[in-house]
Design a protein around this ligand. Structure first.
Ligand code: ACO
Length: 332
């Protein structure tokens, strides 16, 4: 049976920056409140005509180049997004495939909000280990600014745009294998985080659909409590299941939603500061893109080395959550 190896990482961040100061001109908030409650200082916002697939394509191209692979090598493309180019179809993954010149590959999107990248990682691992696919391109890409209500101070201060991508390939080497991926959900909390309109569950008329109902709505405080509790337990479980202690992890790369959530989970697991990767201050919450963007930052800073063990964890709308133990395994 082949194992699945995490070969490369890439990311794209749109150049336009929206600072906390900028937001004070849009809603009743302050830099002090946002910084204290979330740790976010700024986020990047895509251009009006820049689509999720455009960002995903740029991130994916980097990941492919770094893996030394050609478009024709890829036999599956999976994109995690809650802000796809088009509401129902075509899938963003098919558009990214076309942009990259990837032909005849299986391509689809998945919707698991901020846990999206862990979900696509689990899908890639399963397909590669089963022998059904050899080289899988996984992407987390979000234009959250397109589904954010910039009159709602409870959400608009949190979210940003960007994309990250990774190449997962088959290997026979046990030491390169993605060790484990946990994914889970609880739909009874669906109303904590949702975009209520636009789908078959929509109860509003066409006019409403064009306004507030298509934007994200969140019960932030309740979500916060469930996030800390669930993530701490989930990370404990994956470490215990694999006989790994938290101090053996080289890089703890959590979903970047809120500094306080990351700190609470990190403290509960006795993570040292130098183990924890933090990008929330400069990118805000980019949902499914946040973990690969953080891995890419670590890589580009020269601090992600071959063989180092990454612990990923995420929590998001659904509710969904998950974690993964992933050694970085670039080709020689
Ligand atoms: N500026 C100033 N005041 C504000 C703002 C703001 N931007 N937003 C809310 N407030 C006010 C509220 O109105 C409230 O005022 P009140 O006490 O007079 O009623 C007060 O601040 C406290 O509000 P809370 O919502 O209780 O603040 P909290 O400390 O919980 O922080 C936050 C809010 C940052 C949203 C936090 O709850 C959070 O991070 N939640 C989790 C988010 C998350 O992890 N989501 C999952 C992933 S996202 C996804 O999947 C797409």
């Amino acid at each position: 049976m082949p194992y699945a190896a995490f070969r490369s990482i890439g990311a794209y961040v749109p150049p336009n920056v929206l600072t906390n100061e900028d937001l004070t001109k849009m809603v009743d908030t302050s830099d002090e409140w946002i910084t204290k409650r979330t740790g976010i200082k700024e986020r990047h916002i895509a251009a009006k005509d820049e689509k999720t697939s455009d960002m995903g394509t740029k991130a994916a191209r980097k990941a492919l180049d770094r893996a030394g692979m050609q478009p024709e090598d890829i036999d599956m493309v999976v994109c995690a997004t809650i802000s796809p180019d088009y509401f129902c179809m075509p899938a963003t993954a098919t558009i990214i495939s076309a942009n990259l010149g990837i032909k005849n590959a299986t391509a689809f999107d998945i919707s698991a909000a901020c846990t999206g990248f862990i979900y696509v990682l689990s899908i890639a691992k399963a397909f590669v280990e089963s022998g059904m696919k050899k080289n899988v391109l996984i992407i987390g890409a979000e234009k959250l600014s397109a589904i954010t209500n910039y009159q709602d101070r409870g959400t608009c201060i949190l979210f940003g745009d960007g994309a990250g991508a990774a190449v997962i390939t088959a290997t026979q080497k046990r030491e390169e294998a993605i060790l484990d991926v946990h994914t889970a959900s609880d739909g009874s909390y669906a109303d904590l985080l949702m975009t209520p309109n636009g789908g078959s569950g929509s109860v509003h008329d066409a006019l409403d659909r064009e306004t507030a109902g298509c934007y994200m709505q969140m019960k932030g405080n309740e979500t916060f409590k469930v996030a800390v509790r669930t993530l701490t337990q989930d990370v404990r479980d994956i470490l215990e299941a694999n006989g790994i202690k938290s101090d053996e992890i080289d890089h703890f790369i959590p979903h970047q939603a809120n500094y306080r959530i990351i700190k609470a989970v990190g403290d509960a697991l006795k993570m040292r500061d130098d183990q924890v990767v933090l990008t929330v201050a400069k990118y805000g919450n980019t949902s499914g893109a946040s973990i690969p963007m953080a891995i890419n930052d670590l890589y580009e800073s020269g601090n992600l080395k071959k063989g180092e063990m990454m612990l990923l964890d995420a929590f998001g709308g659904g509710l969904t959550w998950g974690s993964a133990l992933v050694p970085f395994a670039p080709f020689e």
